[in-house]
Design a protein around this ligand. Sequence first.
Ligand SMILES: NC(=O)c1ccc[n+]([C@@H]2O[C@H](COP(=O)([O-])OP(=O)(O)OC[C@H]3O[C@@H](n4cnc5c(N)ncnc54)[C@H](OP(=O)(O)O)[C@@H]3O)[C@@H](O)[C@H]2O)c1
Length: 310
Amino acid sequence: MANLKQHKLGWIGIGRMGYAMAERLAKAGCDISVWNRTRSKAEPLAKSGAKVVDNLTDLAGCDIVFTMVSTGKDVKEVLFGPNGVMSKGASGGAPKIVVDSTSISLEESADIRQKLAEKNIKMLAAPVSGNAKVIKAGKLTVVASGPKDAFDAVAPYLDAVGRGSSYVGEGELSRIAKICHNVMLGVVIQNLCEITVLAEKAGMPRHAFLDFLNKSVMGSMFTAYKTPALSNLDFHVTFTPQLLLKDIDLGLSSGRTYGVPMPTTSAARDQVQTLIGHGYDQDFSQLLLLQAKAAGVELKSENVDVGDGL
Ligand SMILES: NC(=O)c1ccc[n+]([C@@H]2O[C@H](COP(=O)([O-])OP(=O)(O)OC[C@H]3O[C@@H](n4cnc5c(N)ncnc54)[C@H](OP(=O)(O)O)[C@@H]3O)[C@@H](O)[C@H]2O)c1
């Protein structure tokens, strides 16, 4: 069993994802200090054993600092900005390792790694798969890249946050892995919508078809997790079509860079673009509505209790 008190941890960014992740570390007994721009969002974490700090510089003495903010620009600001962890007010040295789980581009990630290296700080790029509900269920997964010794030091904490972490190599490789993951999300949801509409038009209830699929070898945590939305037409946002399009485009662009044809991805991309063009702006699983229209099927909520799939 890993000793989770071995390092002093700092956590920056207590939003939807950051809150749930930091809460799991605090509840696992880690020595964790947390900072959020809007302090009130972080305060409830004190109940779970986290220390809530007022300034980013209060985290400079931590061994490992995690960042989970919105964009690459925000990661730079919390680390290197005028009031950032590395700013002049910092006492107690600097962290040994920074772990960034924010979804950012390869270029931004490489730039941040370079700036940290100049201060002898190692960086682990550690984007995640899952949402806040998935984290609460203990099922978040992490893909990491960077120096292997940094990964070995951080892995027990990543494991405590979710189902485990995968190390894919040096540099920004994990950012590519995350892009590949989200490309699959686009292709799978499109196909899932196609076959669900086919099953319904042929005469069976959507939830009955999806029940069979979920029990089969083709079922997955994802197909099960999306079953309530597809059965009951509950499309409140987990991930927007716009963000999915951005990630598919990053995937296609990487395909061009590396000379990899991605025909199914291109087809899925066009459907997501069409979804956006028609003004659908809730969850990306509204692809079901587009598909039904194209097939001349009028969908109704089935109002069934199919659990949450987690
Ligand atoms: N939600 C998902 O399902 C999901 C899944 C995988 C990956 N991601 C990625 O994870 C990251 C976080 O997502 P989220 O859903 O947790 O977002 P969120 O709820 O909007 O939280 C964003 C966090 O970043 C902080 N922040 C933003 N800009 C900042 C700045 N300039 N300085 C300091 N703090 C700043 C916010 O502080 P305030 O509280 O003060 O606003 C908040 O704590 C994003 O990159 C997202 O793409 C999300």
